[in-house]
Design a protein around this ligand. Structure first.
Ligand code: OXD
Ligand code: MN
Length: 588
């Protein structure tokens, strides 16, 4: 498939280490995918679903001890411990290589070594990057085939270049005690052993596209971010692109595929999805910030996805999709999960593989982190720019979290550096505040806490530096909070499609078409500037969730100060200054 010396040398080493019975190159052809699906069904690794209702769809169950990303066993193996920073686990690279190679040695015996050449981003895009993953799992191959661009074309684009990322995945015995997800940013190397779960083993995603790529971006004036990308089309056909970062499970996929309220769609407003999880962004020739989605599919959380919460995501799963750890409905050989509809199957198998009756069982049928891996091209609102090698120009960056109180529905930062501050203090509450009590606040700067491949203080500095690089073309930065609660614990904002009303204000701010009130934390819309037409909402409620309570923010500032202490002298002075001027404004 290739004459690339650096590739062939590594593969020789890997073959000698892993001792597979067979070696198979993934060429990206439909025939090969078909053959692998058939093989996986024969061995029981996958189940072929009802091909009339769900063409080319399959079900897979992971081991019960292997159902989610394992942050505690995820390591950044930089030469110096301080370069991994206080928010990452660190291991000495020499020790890590030895330990991992010892674990993986001989583990492909009796198995096949699959070699997956893949591109993160449209093949040949100047913003794309190439990786090779080797794995002994057909499930991984078939997921990578959906989530990335794979095959021969990728190797042709790579040519003789040594600029690619090594990824070794070995299932071994799925032993939790020996499970490690290790990143060697200085060597462009990822090694994952003893897991078969998506986020740990689809090495193009969190491992490469965020942890390794964030490190690469830092060296080369670009950004790898945990962000969705969407386009907002107005009735005249103008499309404004925004990217948005929310912590896991705060609705990124829902926002990326949002359907605007009827009052907007009837006028011709539309939302187009470019990505739902990751954005790579670089300054373009015209000076603006351009973004691509490096992925080619959606690895979405199934529970809660339904015809109302996200019809576009649901539609995306109707063909060529792999479902993981959901309920298997035996009556019609389809799938089900909690929150899909109110009609759970009675004759079914749950995610652990046991008989399950949705009407009588008191256990959940699907794992809360059960997933669909769906091709992006299935999405009814996929952007026409999805495959663009140039990317889309970003006008606004939106941060957000799940906060019962304190943070208003939306505000705009005062400028770029203040926006970096806003991103750095992002937080979500960990406990559901059902009684109205405020939950425990977990800070998750830029939603990158588990995904930044180097010291987070340096990462903040990189954001500050990108402001310099972009100058007056830098996107405007906003923060949103869809999750304000009243004293009884009810949501005060309807969320979902109605979030478009907030996006409209954001776009207008970017175009200089909307006013705002200056507050201590930034610019907040007047209630009258958010369009409530067609929504049964009291304007006083809207006013209450737009309010900035300086007392509460002073308390918040204490929490930020404490959080910032972690970063020691690697916290950029610019952010320290931001915090002191915020405190000053709040006390005025
Ligand atoms: C994801 C995550 O899987 O952020 O996208 O956890
Ligand atoms: Mn994510």
């Amino acid at each position: 498939m290739t004459n690339n010396k650096s590739v062939l040398k590594w593969l020789d080493e890997m073959q000698a280490l892993l001792t597979p019975d067979k070696v198979v190159w993934i060429d990206g052809s439909k025939e090969q995918v078909e053959a692998l699906r058939a093989e996986a069904c024969e061995t029981g690794e996958m189940i072929k679903l009802n091909q009339e209702k769900l063409p080319e769809c399959y079900l897979h169950r992971t081991a019960v001890n292997d159902v989610a990303r394992v942050e505690g066993r995820t390591f950044i193996c930089s030469k110096k411990e301080e370069d991994a920073g206080p928010t990452n686990n660190w291991m000495d690279p020499e020790k890590a290589y030895k330990m991992l190679f010892d674990i993986a040695r001989g583990s492909y015996k009796g198995r096949t070594m699959y070699i997956i050449p893949y591109s993160m981003g449209p093949v040949g895009s100047p913003l794309a990057q190439i990786g090779l993953e080797i794995t002994d799992s057909i499930y991984v191959v078939l997921n990578m085939d959906i989530m990335t661009r794979t095959g021969k074309a990728v190797l042709d684009t790579l040519g003789d270049s040594e600029d690619w990322i090594k990824g070794l995945h070995a299932r071994c015995d799925i032993d939790e005690e020996k499970r490690y997800i290790c990143h060697f940013p200085e060597d462009n190397y990822i090694i994952s052993v003893n897991s078969g779960y998506g986020g740990n083993v689809l090495l193009g995603k969190k491992c490469f596209a965020l942890r390794i790529a964030s490190y690469l971006g830092k060296q080369n004036e670009w950004m790898a971010e945990h962000m969705l990308i969407l386009g907002i089309e107005d009735p005249s056909g103008n499309v404004t692109y925004v990217s948005a970062a929310f912590p896991s499970a705060c609705g990124k996929t829902n926002l990326a595929m949002l359907i605007p309220p009827e009052g907007y769609t009837s006028k011709g407003y539309k939302v187009w999805t470019v990505g739902d999880d990751i954005a790579w962004m670089r300054k373009g020739e015209d000076g603006k910030l351009y973004a691509i989605n490096p992925e080619n599919g959606f690895f979405g959380v199934a529970p809660g996805t339904n015809a109302k919460s996200n019809p576009n995501a649901l539609a995306s799963t109707m063909q060529g999709t792999i479902f993981t750890n959901v309920v298997h409905n035996l009556d019609d050989n389809t799938v089900w999960w909690e929150g899909l509809d109110k009609n759970p199957p009675e004759n079914a198998v749950d995610w652990v593989g046991e008989p399950w009756n949705g009407k009588t069982s008191d256990k959940k049928g699907a794992h809360p982190n059960s997933r669909f891996t769906a091709p992006a091209k299935n999405c009814p609102c996929i952007s026409s720019e999805f495959d663009s090698t140039k990317g889309v120009p970003i006008s606004a960056i939106i941060f957000g979290g799940r906060r019962a109180q304190t943070t208003p529905l939306v505000y705009q930062s005062r400028d770029w550096n203040n926006g970096v501050f806003v991103g750095s203090i992002m937080a979500s509450e960990t406990t559901a505040a059902a009684t109205g009590a405020v939950g425990v606040v977990r800070r998750d700067p830029m939603a990158m806490l588990p995904f930044c491949g180097y010291h987070m203080g340096d990462y903040f500095k990189h954001w500050i530096d990108m402001g310099e690089v972009l100058g007056e073309n830098a996107p405007k930065i906003f923060n949103v909070n869809w999750f304000r609660l009243d004293d009884e614990g009810n949501f005060l904002w309807p969320g979902f499609g109605d979030n478009f009303r907030v996006l409209e204000w954001i776009v207008k701010r970017c175009n200089g078409e909307a006013d705002a009130n200056e507050t201590a934390i930034g610019y907040v819309p007047a209630a009258e500037d958010i369009n409530l037409e067609g929504l049964d909402m009291d304007i006083d409620v809207l006013k209450s969730i737009l309010e900035v309570d300086n007392e509460k923010w002073l308390k918040e500032a204490e929490g930020i100060e404490e959080f910032y202490e972690k970063f020691g002298d690697r916290l950029p002075q610019e952010l320290r200054d931001q915090l002191s001027s915020l405190k000053e404004r709040l006390s005025k």
